[in-house]
Every structure is written in C-alpha cells, then in structure tokens.
Design a protein around this ligand. Structure first.
Ligand code: CO
Length: 221
C-alpha cells in the first residue's frame, strides 16, 4: 500500500514556504477564523475554491458536494450555512457551479452510476422545471452548460429559502447570496446576476436571472 509520503513531503515544503514568506502566518491563522464568504461549490477536483478567487486560508468558508446542490433537508449543508451565518457572520454566500459539470451531465443524460443517481435527482427536477430553456440551448454540451447555470440559480434560491438566511434577513443582518458559474476552459467566473439580499425581491431577481439566460449572448462580449 502506498504511504502517500510524497504528499506529506509536499505539505512540509508548503508550510516552510508560507512561514518563509510571513513568519507568523500560522500563528495568526490559528488564533482567528473570520472569513467574509461562504462558498458552496462542486466537489470537482478542477474547481479549487480558494485558488480560483486567490484567497488565503482563513478567508473562505467552504462547503462542496457533487454538483453544488442545496437540499432543504441536508443537515450537512444546512449546518455549514448556519455556522457561517450565525457564528462567523459571513456577509456573502456564493453558490458556484461550473460548466461541463459531470454531475449535471449525468442528470441530463439520465446516466446510471449508483447511489449518486438519487442525489442527482434534484438536478433532474431542475431540468424538468426548465426543460424548454435547456432544450433551446443547442447541442448536448450547450444543454449541459445551460442546466449548470439553471442549477446554480435554483440552488441559490434554495439557500435564500432556508430558515437560516430568512432569519438573518429578518434581524437585518447584512447578507448577500450570489450565483456564479466557473469555466474549466478559461478559469473565468461568470456572475449569473442573481444577487439576493432581502426576502422582498428574491423571487423577482430569481425569475429575471432565469429570463436573462434566454437572451442570446453577444459573441463580441
Ligand atoms: Co461538477
């Protein structure tokens, strides 16, 4: 059995480099965790949260699962959101999908992989809800990408509908929920224009974000 010695060696190197750059780096981090952001993203190995937005350890609270799904009864995800909002008092939650997501593709194509098919059933619900918008996107890859966008929008709304976010807004705690999608091919994040910060207009913003997807994109920008 491989001992993963190479990874432990890389860890020692990394820690030494960090300390060389800033001698109190780890002492400072160990004493305080005060991130301003909660990232809810896909578990895909090509989407490393901190790296993409160039944030240091301590600056981003992270929850990842297959295809960045926020399920109303998922105690794991809800606990992360609750701790981030109530204790850490993050001011931003971003749901971050990515184009070409394998989980979204499996949901769209109805592929069978085992237990995970039940998890991906939530994305099939999104597909059924917006079937005409997905089908109008073009070929299969374009349909996958459109469903990746719609999935982010849907999950961002799910975040807003949690009692945690609703209660935070009711007590006027500043908190914005965002929907982003990351491009594996160019490393660029697109903002899906679904930033919600109050219960009053969240439905309208959600509906406009879905509508926005149906507007043909200008190829020049
Ligand atoms: Co993915």
């Amino acid at each position: 059995m491989e001992s993963l010695k190479h990874l432990l060696e890389k860890n020692r190197q990394w820690a030494a480099e960090r300390t060389a750059q800033q001698s109190d780096f780890f002492q400072r981090l160990a004493n305080i965790q005060k991130p301003q952001y909660l990232w809810i993203g896909c578990a895909d190995s090509r989407v490393p949260a901190n790296e993409i937005v160039a944030l240091d350890p301590g600056e981003l609270f992270v929850h990842r699962n297959v295809a960045n799904v926020v399920v109303h009864t998922d105690l794991n995800c809800l606990s992360v959101i609750q701790f981030a909002v109530d204790v850490l008092k993050v001011e931003h939650i971003m749901v971050v999908g990515h184009y070409g997501c394998g989980g979204v593709r499996s949901a769209l194509l109805n592929s069978r992989h085992g237990l995970i098919d039940n998890w991906l059933r939530h994305i099939q619900d999104v597909n059924q809800k917006y079937r005409s918008i997905v089908q109008a996107a073009g070929n299969v890859e374009q349909q996958v990408d459109r469903l990746c966008e719609l999935n982010v929008i849907e999950q961002a709304l799910n975040v807003c509908e949690t009692t945690i976010v609703q209660d935070a807004w009711a007590r006027k705690q500043p908190l914005q929920v965002h929907g982003w999608v990351y491009g594996l091919k160019d490393g660029i994040i697109q903002d899906l224009k679904i930033t919600m910060d109050s219960p009053e207009d969240m439905r309208g913003i959600y509906e406009r974000a879905v509508q926005h997807l149906t507007i043909p994109k200008n190829p020049n920008g």
